[in-house]
Design a protein around this ligand. Structure first.
Ligand code: ZN
Length: 671
């Protein structure tokens, strides 16, 4: 499961002056911004601490990052069957063009090219809608006519339809009920089969009594053979995507030579086994070994992981992230997990709903070394894997915060005008400048390590009793646990914060976001639907209303603009505690009616006046709603005898350069 923080807009511009000590050694400030087009901003991230790793660790990372990027073409093909052919054609036009760069068609084409690269295909990575070209078909035909090595007329004709016919392959993943979800989704995970045929096929395979079920369909494309029977084309060596996977296996084997220990070598061997056999059992064996392996500093995910790209939620999109543990930052999460029982015992929750023996989830803070496949260029800030529920129950999961990514978001937001526009006054802005990055990360840690793990159900209560409102209320419970404790002196005692007022930064941001600024991600006139957004609105609106008699939170209007002012932070903390107690009660007792009433009253409906104001004010800032990253470049250093003496990392590559290089260097499936 991915934490999709930034899928949408910049939740708030945090800006960090408080940062890790390695910053001091840098002479000139790191340039985070790389490119800006359409609704996208491309950034770069730093890889602090890479130089301090051993040569073996660096080489392990080097080969794992090569394996990661090598899977790129698989994702492009999973996202749509014409994506690779179209990418070739577009890149040919792009690199051969020597006309006027101020021409409107060229500018439209350049934006389209950049959008397609960013989305790993022709559909927007978040909305799933097909991109609309801002250049003419005639212009593109003229460019194709100039190419030395153009595709056949038939292929060109198909690709032109792909680009210019808005009805053709309009949406990558269709989730709207009523239609055949497979036939109306343009992804390339199914071909020539209906939703019903696929469901019948898998229902016949599934054994509902199996307590350790494999993830059916995870690594296959479903189609029919010549006799009309449903068949799965398996992604494996010798199967579908064989060229890419064979190369990945070679690189994984190479990486294995530098593994930190036998357990990690075993993880790599099991992944190789999965890629070689395509066996889903092998994938589970790999996932278990991976979840159990916690001693290495370097870690990675690589495989077919998240299934958001499949309307039936079965097939995993190719993804890889290579990373290493940020040891000082991880002490923070270890301290929190190590004190889990104290937090549980002291929470403002009825004793009957507390766990007598709570075990905090072990989470670590990591530094990403490479983002690839479905995690590139748009990327999550946190990951909690594996996805299979029975493995999570039996072996636990690994939860990570990718802090060099959150830091890059944070730093790149500095000076984008958001705080000046929405934060009420200079002292509050200063508070955010100084403490938001720290308290935001701490909030995430408390939410992940303790919040979700706290509390218990009364005997006999169905864990699914809250039904459709379950995830909103669960997120609210975890957020409230974190908010309540952020203001606790215990955090100062544990050395996690150094200022008793620091928590106010997170409180202010949270309320501002929940009452106002998160609405920037919602189209005017629509309700709040996404669970995390509902949760933030529920909490913020509830404490606003309950605090009204004492004027805890106030809307202040100045020069026609609405601002949030918090008058009583102590009382706000108590209100967070009261709501935590109530939501824990709802969960522990399975009180669906009370949960539904909370969600319906506070979390869904948007005040149109404030919504419009937020959208208008936001539109005056040039803040991209979506952001992503280019990767650093790793290079082997060799001595005169050809021995590898080091691996260096550089951050100079720009967006277009990287995309064109990847298409050339990691071209495994096209042409
Ligand atoms: Zn959560």
């Amino acid at each position: 499961m991915m934490k999709s923080l930034t899928a949408g807009a910049v939740a708030l511009t945090l800006s960090a002056t408080v940062m890790s000590c390695s910053d001091k050694t840098e002479e000139k400030p790191f340039d985070y911004t790389v490119d800006r087009f359409a609704d996208i901003e491309v950034l770069r991230y730093q890889v602090h601490g890479f130089e301090d790793l051993t040569l073996n660790q660096k080489l392990l990372i080097y080969y794992l990052t090569e394996a990661a990027i090598t899977g790129r073409d698989m994702l492009w093909d999973q996202n749509g069957k014409y994506n690779l052919a179209l990418r070739n054609l577009l890149e040919d036009i792009y690199t051969n063009y020597n006309g006027d760069k101020n021409d409107e068609n060229w500018k439209g084409f350049e934006t389209y090219m950049k959008q397609v690269w960013f989305a790993n295909g022709i559909h927007h990575h978040y909305s799933m809608d097909k991109f609309t070209p801002a250049f003419s078909r005639e212009w593109m035909e003229a460019q194709i006519a100039n190419l030395k090595d153009a595709p056949s007329a038939e292929e060109v004709s198909t690709l032109l339809t792909v680009v210019f016919d808005p009805q053709f392959m309009a949406k990558r993943v269709n989730q709207a009920e009523g239609a055949d979800l497979i036939l109306t989704s343009a992804n390339n995970l199914y071909e020539g089969v209906t939703q019903k045929e696929v469901e019948d096929y898998y229902n016949a395979l599934k054994d509902t009594t199996d307590l350790t079920p494999v993830s059916w369909g995870l690594n296959t494309r479903v189609t029919k053979d010549e006799n009309g029977n449903i068949v799965e084309q398996v992604y494996k060596v010798g199967g579908l995507y064989s060229n890419a996977i064979t190369r990945i296996v070679e690189l994984l084997n190479k990486a294995s030579e530098y593994a930190e220990n036998d357990a990690q070598r075993d993880v790599i061997a099991k992944l190789v086994d999965f890629y070689t056999t395509g066996s889903l059992k092998a994938f589970d064996d790999y996932s278990i070994a991976w979840a159990d392996e916690t001693s290495s500093q370097v870690d990675f995910i690589n495989g077919f992981i998240e299934s958001y790209g499949d309307p039936l939620g079965m097939t995993g999109a190719y993804e890889s992230i290579v990373n290493f543990k940020d040891i000082p930052a991880s002490q923070r999460t270890e301290t929190i997990s190590g004190n889990a029982q104290w937090f549980e015992d002291n929470s403002p929750v009825d004793k009957r709903f507390k766990k007598e023996n709570v075990k905090g989830v072990t989470a670590k803070v990591i530094t990403a070394a490479i983002l690839a496949g479905d995690a590139y260029p748009a990327t999550p800030i946190g990951i909690n894997l594996p996805n299979a529920n029975w493995i999570r129950a039996a072996h636990g999961s690994k939860s990570v915060t990718i802090e060099n990514i959150t830091k890059a978001y944070d730093e790149a937001s500095h000076g984008n005008g958001f705080n000046e526009e929405f934060v009420i006054d200079e002292p509050t802005r200063e508070l955010l400048e100084n403490y938001l990055f720290v308290t935001d990360n701490l909030h995430t840690d408390l939410h992940e390590c303790l919040g979700h793990a706290s509390g218990r159900l009364l005997p006999g209560v169905d864990p699914d009793a809250l039904k459709a409102h379950g995830s909103t209320l669960e997120e609210a419970r975890a957020d409230l646990f974190a908010l309540y404790y952020l203001a606790d002196p215990k955090l100062l005692e544990l050395g996690l914060l150094d200022n008793p007022d620091a928590y106010k930064a997170e409180y202010y941001k949270y309320i501002l976001n929940g009452l106002m600024t998160q609405l920037m991600r919602i189209e005017y006139g629509k309700d709040v639907e996404e669970a995390h957004m509902r949760n933030r609105k529920l909490i913020s609106e509830w404490v606003y209303e309950k605090g009204k008699p004492e004027n805890v939170i106030e809307y202040v209007v100045r020069d026609g603009k609405t601002y949030i002012q918090i008058n009583d932070y102590n009382r706000l903390r108590e209100l967070f505690g009261e709501l935590l107690g109530e939501i824990q009660r709802i969960k522990s007792e399975g009180d669906y009616a009370a949960g539904a009433a909370l969600v319906e009253k506070y979390a869904v409906k948007v005040d149109p006046k404030i919504h419009k104001e937020v959208l208008d004010r936001y539109s005056t800032l040039n803040i991209a709603p979506y952001r992503g990253f280019v990767n650093p470049v790793y290079t082997l250093v060799k001595d005169n005898d050809g021995n590898i003496t080091d691996v260096t990392v550089s951050f100079n590559e720009d967006y277009v350069e990287q995309m064109l290089r990847y298409s050339k260097q990691y071209n495994t499936l096209s042409k």
